[in-house]
Ligand binder design. Structure first.
Ligand SMILES: Nc1nc2c(c(=O)[nH]1)N=C([C@H](O)[C@H](O)COP(=O)(O)OP(=O)(O)OP(=O)(O)O)CN2
Length: 140
């Protein structure tokens, strides 16, 4: 089994807060991330696909096609957006890295399988929010 990865990039704004809580409680739990005027990040998304290379192409998945898929399905929908307001698949959710990466998985996993005609599958996602903070998700 070979694991190959593609990295894509997007900028987005968000506010991490629970609308059911008071401002004081949000400030206590989320600190500056709950700033009512939002804040932004330069996110990086690393998509890892696993499979056996196709004997006719030597590809687990065409990285260019994988990049195009991630751009079309994720980046185009979140880049330069307000994640609390403008992204339908995050509506009503707190846009933490954990919540975002799980939504990304739901969108990407079936499409990666389709892209490779079932030869390869999505193995993991890594979402990097700041130079210090990142999350991994393996779909379970
Ligand atoms: N479990 C989570 N914790 C936090 C998340 C998150 O998505 N999941 N998000 C944030 C903030 O949105 C953002 O990441 C800022 O984090 P913070 O650690 O404060 O910023 P830095 O990485 O720049 O670290 P400094 O300590 O400020 O240098 C917070 N928590």
């Amino acid at each position: 089994m070979v694991y190959i990865s593609r990295k894509e990039h997007f900028n987005a704004a968000h506010r991490v807060y629970n609308p059911n809580w008071s401002d004081e409680r949000n400030q206590e739990v989320f600190g500056p991330c709950a700033n009512p005027y939002y804040h932004g990040h330069n996110f990086e998304l690393i998509v890892t696909v696993k499979g056996k290379p196709d004997p006719e192409t030597g590809f687990v998945v065409d990285m260019k096609q994988l990049g195009d898929l991630v751009k079309r399905e994720i980046v185009d929908k979140v880049d330069h957006r307000n994640l609390n307001i403008e992204v339908p698949f995050l509506e009503g959710k707190i846009p933490t890295c954990e919540v975002m990466i799980m939504e990304f998985w739901t969108i990407l996993a079936p499409q990666v399988t389709a892209l490779t005609n079932g030869r390869s599958t999505l193995h993991s996602l890594r979402l990097i929010e700041t130079p210090k903070n990142f999350v991994d998700y393996f779909g379970e």
